[in-house]
Design a protein around this ligand. Structure first.
Ligand code: AMP
Ligand code: ZN
Ligand code: ZN
Length: 401
């Protein structure tokens, strides 16, 4: 009897030992550096990112139109163009919600699942498959989309420093196996902010770039110190281009602003005629203008893949490169840099950089599209991707198996 019991204990111990000795699958960490132009990596001020590029894969990445933060972050985690995932702008209206407007700063709207429910983000598919996820900020992650949120998530707050953000991710990775997130997002907004306010070439922007580089270095070192394998995918949502007060299209010179609602302004304008004013508003905008071109949403150039979602306003005006469209007095001086132009514009190019045991050292295609990131993430996490707009062959080219 005693020998049998000892034998059983031995077997149990052996089982526990082998289970422990198996290396857990690497965590997938998706990092967004908002507004990070790919050429920021060529300034010689990002030693840690340069190291990751050297031993990983790098490509310049075409964003989706409109080249704004919310639409592109939702594209990265759904593989869908904004027309298909429903986050068609940083600001939006919807015919089903008359009189209301979504904007990223208005939490009563931006946290309402109504706006996000047209698609299923990757953390939701993972959670439904029993894979734990954690988001240290990501647009949409604070919202219970179709009833599901990441098990660890944070309400967006710019006052949470980049150091705190990295520490939160490291703390999650220190947890025991059963409560440790296997897919994690991490978001930095300081490079975008510095670019907007100070401009692309400013020392303040260089400082923000270097600070984020340092933080990512600390994340990599922290993971290595705890022996945690990780596949790290670093992306940006769009590029950045210089603006100034001499390149402004003032809509008030064309038409009285009471005739329409201006849902977005800047590199593109989203215009919805007020009830009963359609003819006048269409007539005014649809003629040729200097430094901007306006179309009905049904007639936008095909390469934008934009205009089919009912949330796209009836008229979209696109400013020439470097020009911005405004109505009334600008809320901020027109200076520094911004984004929102054509997604094929060279200055709107975003960044893709990945490193980890799953990635080949083979050369990545020179340009990838941001809808291709989703099938890649699905492969890394080990879930079946939902139908998407990306090219699954990109993952084949970048991954080891
Ligand atoms: P954009 O000008 O389109 O690049 O927007 C960038 C801004 O979006 C950042 O400076 C943040 O303040 C804001 N932002 C990013 N993520 C969120 C979020 N989850 N909730 C609210 N605002 C956010
Ligand atoms: Zn952005
Ligand atoms: Zn921005």
């Amino acid at each position: 009897m005693r020998t049998i019991r000892s034998f059983v204990i031995l077997i149990a111990l052996f089982g526990a030992f082998t289970a422990h000795a198996q290396t857990p699958a690497p965590v997938t960490i998706l990092i967004s550096i908002d507004g990070f132009r790919p050429d920021y990596l060529d300034r010689g001020i990002t030693p840690r990112l340069a190291g990751l590029r050297e031993t990983g894969v790098f490509a310049s990445m075409r964003p989706s139109f409109p080249t704004k933060t919310f639409p592109n972050h939702y594209t990265i985690v759904t593989g869908l163009r904004p027309d298909h995932h429903g986050i068609t702008g940083n600001s939006m209206i919807d015919p089903a919600r008359p009189g209301q407007m979504f904007s990223l700063g208005n939490s009563s709207q931006s946290l309402d699942p109504f706006w996000w429910d047209q698609a299923e983000p990757i953390w939701m598919t993972a959670e439904n498959a029993g894979i734990r996820t954690g988001t240290m900020f990501w647009p949409g992650s604070e919202v219970a989309i179709r009833g599901v949120r990441p098990q660890d998530w944070q309400r967006f707050d710019q006052n949470i420093s980049n150091v705190q953000r990295v520490n939160a991710v490291l703390d999650w990775q220190r947890r025991p196996d059963d409560i440790r997130p296997r897919f994690v997002t991490l978001y930095f907004d300081t490079v975008d902010m510095a670019g907007h306010i100070h401009g692309i070439e400013a020392p303040e922007t260089d400082a923000a770039i270097t600070e984020v580089d340092t933080r990512i270095g600390e994340l990599v070192d922290g993971l290595a110190a705890m022996g945690r394998g990780a596949n790290i995918v670093i992306i940006s949502d769009h590029g950045m281009a210089t603006i100034d007060a001499t390149r402004v299209v003032q809509l008030d010179e064309l038409i009285d602003p009471s005739f329409y609602t201006l849902v977005e302004s800047g590199p593109y304008a989203a215009i919805e005629p007020a009830a009963g004013t359609d003819d006048h508003v269409f007539e005014t905008f649809l003629q040729p203008h200097e430094n901007m071109s306006c179309s009905r949403r049904e007639e936008l150039p095909a390469h934008l893949e934009f205009g089919a979602n009912p949330r796209v306003t009836a008229i979209i005006c696109r400013a020439d490169a470097g020009w911005v469209i405004i109505s009334g007095e600008p809320r901020y001086p027109i200076a520094g840099a911004t984004h929102g132009w054509d997604n094929f514009a060279p200055d709107m190019r975003a960044t893709f950089l990945a490193n980890g045991p799953a990635f080949t050292s083979a050369r990545a295609p020179d340009v990838i599209d941001n809808v291709d990131v989703y099938p890649l993430l699905a492969r890394l996490i080990g879930i079946t991707p939902l139908p998407h707009d990306g090219d699954p062959l990109i993952a084949d080219a970048l991954l080891v198996d």
